[in-house]
Design a protein around this ligand. Structure first.
Ligand code: PAN
Ligand code: ZN
Length: 193
């Protein structure tokens, strides 16, 4: 096979202090206004949006696309904080393709990985620095930062996976993670229709 330019090995450098890598190809920011519908207390979210619309998380991307493969790297850095008592979290999604899993590797901070199937099977992994989770195909996934520092995790997945947010926007996850006197507590999601 004749190698194309994109078929040669490449590496990037992770900075454990900052919780990001360089070089990256693109970066996305998610602020309270992007996520307000995910939190139970919409008034608390609206007040935060008016008051500077704080950053909740960022994602740094690199697509290691070659002529025959589509491995992607994403590093997510979630700031500490709560919205109406609910800890900062990623939006959460399903993969569009039904045979696409993902690896998540927590490299900084503490929290939970929430996972749920369309049929309502729910699992949570407690995370601290060093936890590696395998998210099987067909499980929605969301990460919650319950610590006082940024939570950073490395994700590896195929671009062919695709991302679907609608079912999570519609129904949320079965459980919410709430700050009660500084400790994370799991509560049934009462907004479930
Ligand atoms: C991750 C997520 C990232 C942000 O790279 O996309 O953590 O979470 P949301 O996409 O739910 O906002 C991943 O799971 N990729 O498949
Ligand atoms: Zn994913």
């Amino acid at each position: 096979m004749t190698l194309q330019k994109e078929d040669y090995p490449i590496c990037v450098q992770f900075d454990f202090e900052k919780g990001e890598f360089a070089p990256f190809q693109s970066k996305a920011e998610r602020r309270v206004s992007d996520l307000a519908m995910m939190f139970a207390d919409s008034e608390a979210a609206a007040a935060l949006v008016k008051n500077g619309d704080p950053l909740v998380y960022e994602i740094f991307y690199y697509g290691f696309t070659t002529s025959v493969s589509d491995m992607a790297l994403g590093v997510t850095r979630i700031q500490p904080g709560t919205i109406g008592g609910e800890y900062h979290m990623t939006k959460g999604h399903f993969h569009e393709a039904h045979d696409q899993p993902e690896i998540y590797f927590c490299v900084k901070g503490e929290g939970y990985l929430l996972m749920e199937t369309l049929e309502g099977e729910f699992r949570a992994h407690q995370w601290n620095k060093g936890t590696i989770s395998h998210i099987p195909p067909m499980w929605a996934h969301r990460v919650v930062n319950t610590g006082s520092e940024p939570l950073v995790f490395v994700a590896s997945y195929h671009l062919a996976a695709g991302h679907i947010y609608e079912p999570v926007v519609e129904k949320g996850f079965a459980q919410r993670v709430i700050d009660e006197a500084g400790k994370p507590v799991f509560k049934d999601n009462l907004q479930r229709r």
